[in-house]
Design a protein around this ligand. Structure first.
Ligand code: HAM
Length: 424
């Protein structure tokens, strides 16, 4: 029979690598806590309408990448492709505003997008991110950027680049779109097919097309930052002032638009040259109109999300992934049936005492059990044969110095606490 394989664009995290995920997750939880953000978890699937309205029907995500289906009750369901719309849906549904005027939340979650798989681009991937809901202060945008950078710094990641831009608000963006279209119209046939399609519904997205030819054409395009209304202009200035005060280096990329339609004012991206063509490790921005688009009251908010697989990829390239930690402390090696039964008692006791303990279950020879103990980097082996059973002791082999000694059953507790006194 054919073996069933995993679906294209998905990944398994194997036992030999999961410790790096756990370390990353621990850093995320502790950094979020230091910045006073609390975790939120939302369902894996939501109404398709949430993303269509939230992210925008003309975006790549909604128009071609969502895993959507009709369930047996004829409801249109989508596996979540991002977390911001679900967080705002839950914020409104549970009226979280009444609990605190500013809600600061974070998440670690699997997401689903049917993109063309390549290095750093998966169909099921994981993000960590944070959203601060309830304030429009530019200082808060800076805090989110600081928070993302703090996680990367704690992981030891270096050489990241921060780019910022503003996409204005409805007051200045609509008139700017007219100016931009006037510029684009005479040269539109020189743009790629995707850009030509974006012209009517979403001309701003033409500005961050990654194709070389489109980028060259964009160089002469009018910039939104030159056409901001006074409110957006002030906000963008304040953002840069607070970034400067926070000692953060950035560059202004006037073509940064991002692929989700909910942004207003601030947008930012953090990239790493240690990633290939998919070089964005983190992206975010302000989305002051999203809550209203989802049927709620006006609610200013800002957030970011970072790709966990991409973060681990950068860590790998920078030599920051570690060998498997945590050696096995005791390997119990019984020889024969009688010893196997006593080994069960001892393994139970040793684990209850808090020692990382394992044993043989395969009835292997002494030699094979020693090999297994070595493979598991056990610090000591408790050999248990007929002679040991009779004498009520273990032949203990200390693996690092090769010493072998007899330790009676009654002395095991003190012997171990002395041996491991520096580890506890
Ligand atoms: P996004 O730019 O779509 O933004 O995704 C954020 C990050 O998720 C990317 O920078 C990348 O590291 C990772 N990512 C995205 N797609 C994939 C994929 N197919 N495979 C692997 N990694 C991927 C958002 O999702 C917004 N919700 C961010 C946000 C939060 N804005 C405001 N609040």
């Amino acid at each position: 029979m054919n073996k069933i394989k995993r679906i294209k664009g998905t990944q398994d995290v194997l036992p030999g690598e999961v410790h790096n995920w756990q370390k990353l997750e621990a850093v995320i939880h502790s950094t979020m806590s230091i910045f006073n953000y609390r975790e939120m978890r939302t369902p894996v699937f939501e109404s398709t309408e949430l993303f269509a309205r939230g992210i925008g029907r003309l975006t790549d995500i909604v128009s071609k990448e969502m895993y959507s289906f009709e369930d047996r009750g004829k409801k249109q369901i989508t596996l979540k492709p991002e977390m911001t719309a679900p967080i705002i849906r839950a914020y409104l549904e549970h009226n979280l505003k009444t609990q605190a005027p500013l809600q600061k939340v974070y998440y670690i979650s699997s997401l689903f997008r049917q993109e063309n798989p390549q290095a750093g681009r998966l169909r099921q991937f994981n993000q960590f991110g944070a959203e601060a809901i309830g304030a429009d202060a530019a200082e808060l945008d800076t805090e989110l950027i600081q928070l993302a950078l703090a996680v990367f710094a704690k992981l030891g990641i270096e050489g990241l680049k921060l780019e910022i831009n503003t996409v204005g608000d409805t007051e200045c963006r609509e008139p700017y779109k007219i100016i931009l279209k006037e510029y684009l119209r005479p040269v539109l046939d020189q743009y790629c097919e995707d850009c030509r399609k974006r012209f009517d519904g979403n001309p701003l997205r033409i500005l961050d097309c990654k194709k070389e030819n489109c980028r060259t054409l964009n160089r002469n395009a009018p910039k939104l930052s030159d056409h901001l209304c006074s409110g957006c202009d002030e906000h963008f200035t304040k953002l840069q002032d607070t970034l400067r005060a926070g000692g953060i280096a950035w560059s202004h990329n006037p073509y940064l638009v991002r692929g989700l339609d909910y942004y207003t004012r601030t947008v930012f991206e953090i990239t790493s040259s240690d990633l290939g063509s998919q070089n964005a490790i983190c992206g975010g921005g302000r989305y002051d109109l999203l809550a209203e688009q989802l049927g709620g009251p006006p609610t200013a908010a800002v957030g970011f999300a970072a790709g966990i697989e991409r973060t681990l990829m950068v860590m790998g390239r920078q030599g920051l992934l570690s060998e498997q930690p945590g050696r096995l402390q005791v390997f119990v090696a019984p020889l024969g049936d009688a010893a196997a039964a006593v080994a069960t008692e001892w393994v139970t006791k040793l684990r209850a005492m808090g020692y990382r303990t394992d044993r043989d279950y395969l009835g292997r020879s002494v030699k094979a059990q020693m090999r297994e103990a070595n493979r598991q980097r056990a610090q000591m082996v408790f050999l248990l044969g007929d002679e040991e059973l009779k004498q009520k002791n273990f032949s203990v082999k200390e693996m690092d110095n090769g010493t072998q000694k007899s330790v009676s059953f009654s002395e095991i507790g003190p012997y171990l606490s002395d041996f491991f006194k520096h580890e506890k």
